[in-house]
Ligand binder design. Sequence first.
Ligand code: PMV
Length: 314
Amino acid sequence: MTTNIGKAHGKIILMGEHAVVYGEPSIALPFPAVEMIASVSAYEGPVRLDCSYYHGIADDMPEILQSLKKAIELALESLKQPYENLAINIESAIPPERGMGSSAAVAVAVTRAIYNYFNADLDHGRLMHMVNISEKIAHGNPSGLDALTTSSLSPVYYRKGADIIPFSLKMDAYLVVGDTGVTGQTKEAVQSIADRIEKEAQPISREKIALLGKLANHAKGFLERNEAKELGEAMNQAHLLLAELGVSNKELDNLVSAAREAGALGAKLTGGGRGGCMIALANNQSETEKIRLALLNAGAVTTWMTSLNQEEGL
Ligand code: PMV
């Protein structure tokens, strides 16, 4: 029996979510903590899909998994292979619908596994093209940031249509991620901003989006110059703008406040919002612990931590 593995990981959007859909810059980091890996194996056998949240025949996949089905079909189509004799097993520990890039990571991993199974080379551009088509089902209008970051080993500065700029992180600071436990609604949140823009006589929301883009640019400089305090302030401003655009909610606002009160240099939602996760910036490991505890006390269901210094490992 031939079996092959494909992997991808979670991601954290540090700055620029939503604005990136409108061509503004964004900064995102791969998040390869053990709990954040999606791994897929493809092997010969009757068509079947087994994953942490669904076990069954691919034809009967529920709507929520239609984007995954699309990713499988696109990979097979591009390899000119029929969808038969292929069983797929997905082990994804990335919590779905939490702004951690779960749908993109699973699509990246499944595409890689299928290409490995057929011993075919997978060009990165082709991978992005296919994953972004499947992400349209999950997200409506994906910017491409999730597909890129869940398949990339380095942090990225990304702007739609522009060259991707990988960069290394050398900031002496940590990010704490807090999960509200509430399902995020990326597709609805992206659509709600589009609706606002369409209805407005004055470009109020467009201006906020441009400001989010400016903050992402500033954040890149702060990261490069190891200016954690300034980065924290930029994160606070970004959260406010995102809340004004209607994509925060009370659970996110509550965790953001708890992190700031516990000494975070800044805090904001991450990803699509309206649920899902938030991130907080901490000066050092002991601050990180304080923030984690404060988040758990304020109702976070899980917290994770990552360094912003790659030498310590992301
Ligand atoms: O919620 P997530 O992890 O899928 O992140 C969505 C990020 C957005 O900027 C809101 C949408 C996009 O396609 O970039």
